[in-house]
Design a protein around this ligand. Structure first.
Ligand code: TRP
Length: 339
């Protein structure tokens, strides 16, 4: 690892296929960061099992996500792109940090409260503990910056609190990380309810566009996108959320500014032609990604080698932090028998 570069860490769940909202809000940003920083990107399968998963699907989704992230431009020689469960240090540090995290902190987390509402007695412990595993993810790599959405703010605050608590209890051990919230295009809204964020976990497939959606599906979904009735194309998120969301999508997919995009799109007349052009821009931008993905996913040996090599790279860095932590809390060294 190059010591002069700052470290970036982020995690992405292998549940459901990523949408263009994930692409625009997170993945593109990961790709941009790898030029300047030492990046660790983890496919967090251990977080995924906090809700019940189909094992065969989870296994496949994990490989697929590795391939998709590479297809989107993550370079596995530059960034350490790996599977969380391949690096046991995550689980080990999580246990130790469980002993430095308060019940009150965890039970007050908004996500936990939302997910456990109505079934307080049968909610799994993993869901309560989810943030501590995330704290361990981040602290293992001596992370400077964590690129995440605004919905993850609380998780970053607890990471900082636990890091500071541990450092104060012993001596400086963990870097205290900062959050990095992406600026533009960070929030892509549902296309049939532009007041909600686009989400791959929605029950309605017409509400999102997947990175791997077929061109005809993208066309159909955008044609049905909710707009408004005044048939005028301009950017106004408050009063025209549907139209503005489509303009944002067009702007990101073509690399044009919002102003340039409005100029392009309003020259066309009505909403019919407007939507067709947005759909064409999305299809054109995703085409090379989809092609690369299809090539990668059929190359089993390549994905295997990425998974193996990057798990080794991540383990090396993670184990350095973990060894320090074990000494500080007082675990006995494993004596090496004399040969
Ligand atoms: N909780 C994050 C999410 O749902 C995923 C995640 C797990 C993560 N570990 C992380 C994000 C560490 C950033 C850093 O999006």
């Amino acid at each position: 690892m190059e010591d002069n570069k700052k470290v970036v860490f982020s995690g992405i769940q292998p549940s459901g296929s990523p949408t263009i909202g994930n692409y625009i809000g997170a993945i593109r940003n990961y790709v941009a960061l790898q030029e300047e920083y030492e990046c660790f990107y983890s496919v967090v399968d251990m977080h995924a099992i906090t809700v019940r998963q189909n094992p065969a699907e989870l296994r496949q989704a994990t490989r697929n996500l590795i391939a998709l992230l590479i297809a989107c431009g993550l370079d596995p020689d530059k960034s350490t792109l790996y599977v969380q469960s391949h690096v046991p240090a995550h689980a080990e540090l999580c246990w130790i940090l469980n002993c430095f995290t308060y019940m009150g902190e965890l039970s007050r987390m908004i996500q936990f409260k939302e997910k456990s509402k109505g079934n307080e007695n049968s909610v799994v412990v993993g869901l309560l503990d989810y943030p501590v595993l995330q704290v361990a993810d981040i602290l293992l790599y001596q992370t400077d910056l964590v690129p995440i959405g605004a919905d993850q703010k609380q998780h970053l605050e607890i990471t900082r609190d636990v890091a500071i608590r541990f450092n104060n209890a012993f001596s400086p051990t963990f870097k205290v990380p900062e959050i990095l919230i992406p600026e533009v295009g960070a929030r892509i809204m549902s296309i049939n309810d532009p007041t909600k964020k686009m989400s791959k976990s929605s029950d309605d497939p017409n509400s999102y566009i997947l990175i791997l959606d077929k061109p005809e599906d993208i066309k159909r979904k955008i044609k049905r996108a909710v707009t408004d009735s005044d048939n005028e194309i301009y950017f106004d998120e408050e009063n025209k959320p549907g139209v503005s969301n489509l303009i944002t999508i067009y702007s990101v997919m073509t690399g044009k500014t919002i102003d340039e995009s409005v100029k392009d799109l309003s020259a066309l007349g009505g909403y019919g032609a407007f939507k067709e052009n947005v759909a064409d821009a999305v299809i054109a931008a995703l085409e090379p990604v989809q092609k690369r993905y299809n090539d990668l996913i059929s190359d089993k040996g390549y994905i295997d080698s990425v998974m193996y090599n990057n798990a080794m790279k991540a383990s090396y860095v993670a184990n350095k932090t973990l060894s320090k932590v074990k000494r500080k809390v007082g675990f006995a060294d494993l004596p090496r028998p004399k040969a």
